[in-house]
Design a protein around this ligand. Structure first.
Ligand code: FPP
Length: 250
């Protein structure tokens, strides 16, 4: 269905019409390891190539007018990987930040973090926080990087904060609704998630944005993350544009 032919029934209660471009896109960047193994390379080579794909897709998202791009860079379960791989991923993140910060700033990208990034050690934490501060005034695109993030723990923390408010009498438990919980999530204030992409053929959410994905369109793509390029991103946006979003309505 094209935007021009969308009927009034297809205009959702969320104020979006079929055929619209997504405002908020999230990506589970999967397949770096397989990409490397296929080439007889160490896994870190796949992550390096994955970081290059991040650079390309970020540019493509800015060009496409996407407002928020949320990337799953390190899950709370990724600590189970070998010490060497965790250290490689941390090193790569620091290197990417150092190398790309000027460019991010120039492109009008604001960096925001979700998850418990404090676990990454003082040097990387400092670099991350400096990047967040430096880009705080930018408004072309918000790049949300999920680091040491897990959705269930995010929801538990939100519930805990609401419970604390209720316990001190600041909040009536019967008045708690979706908006209250939403406001306590790490993603508070961002536009609703429209499109969630996972690369590499896996069809799972893996504890990523479980609450936020309630009405998102899900797109599972076979391409391994390092091979996910601007054309693939464009095709994903086109697929989103062609879907009819109902939000539980008709
Ligand atoms: C999944 O591939 C990918 C990750 C766990 C890390 C994602 C990190 C990057 C793309 C690089 C750095 C990020 C930024 C934001 C600069 P996998 O290793 O699970 O692949 P596999 O399933 O094929 O083993």
């Amino acid at each position: 269905m094209n935007a021009g032919t969308a009927s009034s029934e297809e205009t959702s209660v969320h104020g979006q019409e079929a055929g619209n471009a997504p405002r908020h896109v999230a990506i589970i960047m999967d397949g770096n390891g397989r990409w490397a193994i296929k080439r007889g390379l160490p896994r870190v080579a796949g992550h390096r190539a994955g970081a290059e794909a991040v650079r390309k897709i970020l540019k493509a998202a800015v060009r496409a007018g996407v407002e928020v791009l949320t990337l799953y860079a390190f899950s709370s379960e990724n600590w189970r990987r070998s010490e060497e791989e965790v250290s490689d991923l941390k090193g790569l993140l620091g290197f990417y930040l150092e190398r790309e910060l000027d460019e991010l700033d120039r492109q009008g990208v604001r960096l925001r973090l979700i998850g418990d990034h404090m676990a990454f050690g003082p040097q990387l934490v400092e670099r991350l926080e400096r990047a967040v501060e430096r880009t705080a005034g930018n408004d072309r695109l918000t790049l949300v990087v999920a680091l040491n993030y897990g959705a269930q723990s995010e929801i538990v923390s939100a519930a805990r904060r609401l419970a604390a408010k209720a316990a001190t009498g600041k909040l009536d438990p019967d008045a708690i609704d979706e908006a209250h919980l939403n406001a306590e999530l790490a993603t508070h204030g961002l536009p609703e998630l429209d499109l969630l992409i996972r690369t590499s053929g896996e069809k799972r959410l893996s504890n990523f944005l479980l609450w936020q994905a309630a009405y998102a369109e899900l797109l599972f793509i076979d391409t391994l993350w390092p091979d996910f390029d601007e054309a693939a991103f464009g095709a994903a946006l086109a697929e989103f544009g062609g879907r009819q979003r109902r939000f539980g309505g008709r």
